[in-house]
Design a protein around this ligand. Structure first.
Ligand code: ZN
Length: 375
């Protein structure tokens, strides 16, 4: 029998953040291994590949670059494991966005190699966790894959991240805003966190702090990102999106927001062009409604999401043409056995989930009319 009162907190070995820290990558990676498999896509490589290469070579780390093919799938992980095995890599470097990062973690686990994560956007909280979200080759959510440890190093260069499109930062803010909404619900329900235990005080505090930082600095950070400059608010939000959100969800717990996101991935069509965070934003508002959040508080979230250009109407989510059947497909996927929707203090039916999805749209449109925003 599992012990039900066991508290667990987990985290990466080292977190480094700052403008220009890519130049220090060799210093940190060389402490983990000397032969690296570096997983990055071509776009990312163009942006900062030269800088990273120089830093690794300067510290005696030899590496081979593997081109990431775009999906965090079992097949892609297996393909890269073979490359790493041939090369006898002792450290795997994931350089890029959420899916490249999740793939690198899977490869490192299989090869029992060290893992260094260098995110080039602050668009998800994937970098710090000891799990990957696995998708089919067509991009449909399949499962969470859990690992024996978190990455050994997470190195975040805000000088690179401030050059990424602001849409990515907004997506990361949405992923990070879900953290406390979900963790507090899971804690209330005495559900397990993603580390397989109850939340520690630290795990809970991180999620709450993450939300405070975002309500205070999200817009300032977004504006800095538009201007491609690094400011203290930008640094704070990158840290909230990456470190606080990552530790907060993993050692706090997930609930309905991410389950509804996973449900959305079961649909085909234009919704696939939305980012992880954009779909999570919609799922978060749905969970807030199910949690019976008072109007004034709900509107604070809506206000921030709308200001950041995040989708809170069915139209913005590309689901205004969705059939009743489609919405039930989302709900049923969100309520699958093992999904985090069961971490709530109450049980949900598919109908309640469908109504919550429609309620997000109704409340968001009413709020926009109230504050004089057109659709
Ligand atoms: Zn997420």
């Amino acid at each position: 029998m599992p012990v039900t009162n066991e508290k667990v907190f987990i985290s990466p070995g080292r977190y480094v953040q700052g403008e220009g820290v890519t130049a220090r990558a060799g210093h940190y990676v060389s402490a983990l291994g000397k032969t690296a498999l570096l997983i990055a896509d071509d776009v990312v490589w163009k942006i900062a590949g030269e800088q990273l290469s120089a830093s690794l070579e300067g510290e005696g780390v030899s590496f081979e670059r593997a081109v990431f093919e775009g999906e965090a799938s079992n097949r892609e992980i297996d393909r890269l494991v073979e490359l790493g095995r041939k090369q006898q890599a002792d450290v795997i470097i994931g350089f890029g966005g959420g899916k490249a990062i999740d793939t690198a973690k899977g490869v490192a686990e299989k090869l029992e190699a060290a893992c260094a994560i260098l995110p080039t956007t602050a668009s998800t909280d994937a970098p710090t966790s000891a799990l990957s979200v696995i998708y089919s080759d067509d991009g449909e959510f399949e499962s969470y894959r859990f690992y024996s440890k978190n990455p050994d190093l997470v190195l975040v260069d805000t000088g690179i991240i401030c050059k990424a499109p602001p849409r990515f930062l907004a997506s990361g803010i949405a992923d990070a805003l879900a953290t406390w909404v979900e963790a507090r619900a899971a804690i209330r329900a005495n559900a397990n966190n993603m580390a397989g235990g109850k939340a520690t005080l630290l795990g809970a505090t991180i999620g709450e702090k993450c939300e405070d930082i975002l309500f205070e600095h999200a817009m300032l950070a977004y504006q800095a990102n538009e201007a491609q400059i690094v400011t203290p608010s930008f640094e704070a939000v990158v840290e909230a999106n990456t470190l606080l959100s990552g530790l907060g969800f993993e050692s706090g717990g997930l609930a309905a927001a991410h389950a509804i996101h996973n449900g959305f991935t079961a649909l085909h069509g234009e919704i696939h062009n939305l980012t992880h965070g954009e779909k999570v934003a919609y799922g978060t508002v749905a969970q807030l409604i199910l949690d019976q959040t008072p109007q004034a508080e709900l509107e604070e979230y809506l206000d921030l999401y709308i200001a950041l250009g995040l989708p809170v109407t069915l139209k913005a989510l590309k689901l205004d043409q969705a059939s009743e059947e489609d919405l039930y497909r989302v709900a049923e996927a969100a309520l699958k056995e093992g999904e985090s929707s069961h971490n709530l203090a109450y049980e949900l039916t598919p109908k309640q989930v469908v109504h919550a999805i429609k309620a997000v749209d109704a409340h968001a449109r009413a709020f926009m009319a109230k504050v004089g925003l057109g659709e």
